[in-house]
Unconditional design. Structure first.
Length: 181
């Protein structure tokens, strides 16, 4: 007695019930995964000089752990400046923003704003979770209007005020340039 049982899952029949919400891609583009700028030799020598001087001062103060932290930051700066980022596929969907395969649903995103970093324009989406905190989306200038329209329909365009750390880093960056522009 073999009888065909009624299918339980829609995937068995190939049909999707009408009341099930499916994710639809509204817009997609491909761009570098992070802003990038080709650095000169002057940048690397300045980073190395600053790390060396701080290391000598901290060695005299016997702060060996801080020396390790300074060396780690110098190495991170070198790696991020040396290696060009891979292209990531960004999608704006009915469910949220999908970047490089990871979906951030609209309920997790609070607001977004634009920032010009070097020669690239970046959309920064703030998340309600502590990690990652923000999502960086490098945008294609030719597709800028469409991207802003699609994201702007879901979350507000609100740039937060600069914190003390932001203001201090801008001031320090202006006073101690790592390379000539």
């Amino acid at each position: 007695m073999t009888s065909n049982p009624t299918p339980i899952y829609a995937s068995e029949t190939g049909e999707i019930p009408e009341n099930v919400k499916t994710e639809k891609v509204l817009f997609e583009w491909s761009a570098p995964s992070r802003p990038y700028k080709i650095r000169s030799r002057e940048f690397y020598t300045t980073i190395l000089s600053i790390a060396f001087l701080l290391g000598v001062i901290l060695l005299l103060l016997k702060e060996f752990l801080l020396i390790g932290v300074i060396m780690a930051f110098a190495f991170l700066s070198y790696v991020l400046a040396t290696y060009k980022p891979e292209d990531a596929k960004h999608q704006i969907t009915t469910s949220g923003v999908r970047t490089d395969g990871k979906l951030y649903v609209w309920d997790q995103l609070t607001n977004f704003w634009l920032k010009k970093q070097w020669d690239q324009e970046v959309i920064i989406c703030k998340t309600i979770t502590a990690l990652p905190g923000v999502i960086l989306l490098v945008i294609d200038p030719a597709k800028r209007a469409k991207i802003l329209k699609e994201i702007g329909e879901k979350i507000p365009l609100v740039k937060p005020t600069d914190s003390f750390v932001d203001k201090a880093s801008h001031w320090l960056g202006n006073k101690i340039p790592l390379e000539n522009a």
